[in-house]
Design a protein around this ligand. Sequence first.
Ligand SMILES: Cc1cc2nc3c(=O)[nH]c(=O)nc-3n(C[C@H](O)[C@H](O)[C@H](O)COP(=O)(O)OP(=O)(O)OC[C@H]3O[C@@H](n4cnc5c(N)ncnc54)[C@H](O)[C@@H]3O)c2cc1C
Length: 401
Amino acid sequence: MKRIRVAIFGAGIMGSSLALFLARNGAEVTLFDRCDQPMAATSRWNEGKIHLGYLYSADPTLGTVRHLLPGGLAFAPLLSRLIDADLAEHSTTSDDIYLVHHDSVVDPASMTARFAAIDELVRAHPDATRYLTDVSDARTTRVTADELDAIAGDGIVAGFRVPERSIDTRWAADQIAGAIAADGRVHFRGGETVVGAAPVNAESGTWQVRCPDGAEETFDVVVNALWNGRLPVDLDAGLDPERPWSHRYRLCVFVRTGSVVEIPSAIVAVGPFGDVKNYNGRDFYVSWYPAGLIAEGEGLELGEPRPLDAAGRERFIGSVRAGLEPLIPGVGRVFDEAEQTLVAGGFVFARGTGSIGDRASSLHLRDRFGVRRRGSYYSVDTGKYSTALWLAERLARELTE
Ligand SMILES: Cc1cc2nc3c(=O)[nH]c(=O)nc-3n(C[C@H](O)[C@H](O)[C@H](O)COP(=O)(O)OP(=O)(O)OC[C@H]3O[C@@H](n4cnc5c(N)ncnc54)[C@H](O)[C@@H]3O)c2cc1C
């Protein structure tokens, strides 16, 4: 086993899990992030759906499902191993309901056919028993008309029960940050912005990391896992970004209710709609895409949006409720029972452009994320939260075997 010095840029789920896997394989790791703590950005504030691919039913080739599936199925065992904890109490326990809107970019008949094909891929996968629930017999079922009446409102034309689960990302973020603090071989350098990296010595393959204060340090291997900040650093390191790509910033609402609200986790698919995620009866994620998409662009980087003031937060919460409640009326109870309401969000990087309301948009594909390299400089497009651990574990093995 090689004892290498690795610099990792970005302490989200990608960089943090890679740091832990590498350290456990014997590497010496320095983990840089501009935030003061690991797991403080997008990987803390997202929905935590551990994708099996059903949300990408607008991809007729099923290429996205094939790309997402191994990571989704491996997520739970890999995370349990990293943080030494049982995920059962921190993940959803029932199927997600996918509601089809009459303006969805996938009609119910096509969705039925795609879901059946995805079911088959899920069932056939050797890791199907290792998901957050056993999906070796995965079969999406159509929601009956009575059930649909009870859950759905305006414009919803069909519903499906899909065997996907989600994890409470704030809990996971705390556990991962704790594991980093406890691991003496991972040196966390919070409050450090990375601006570039350059090769030092072609023979030894070492790289120098550049921060704005002029500090320069040399490492055997550099891994860029900066997500929204990744492309400018890649460019500096001599790795040209591959077009197309786009960045979006999405705000959402995280609600804790005073008492249990019994409402299924339901998502209006596929297009610019929203969803409600019920983690445990009292903790909820609520999104309304048109209100939450507060910035987007196709430049190398998208700046962090200015935080909302108290009045802006109230207006935002109101617009999320006003958008989603007509489609999923039960979500009104989540807001009525709210004891704590947080507005937060994060960046979405995608190797696609356009609008998710357009069937032809390449944003409906997630079939090209992963690792690129230039010598011992690696750049990782995480793809999704759900694929990070799988990518990290494989890269850690490649770097240390
Ligand atoms: C609203 C929303 C909902 C989502 N829902 C899901 C979902 O249900 N399931 C799913 O699988 N995925 C989901 N995603 C996507 C998922 O959150 C991301 O794919 C994932 O969190 C990216 O992880 P990461 O470690 O690459 O990035 P991050 O967690 O963003 O980590 C990158 C780190 O780099 C740091 N950084 C950036 N630039 C610099 C710099 N120049 N110098 C130093 N540090 C820097 C940041 O501070 C950050 O800590 C969602 C995203 C959003 C926004």
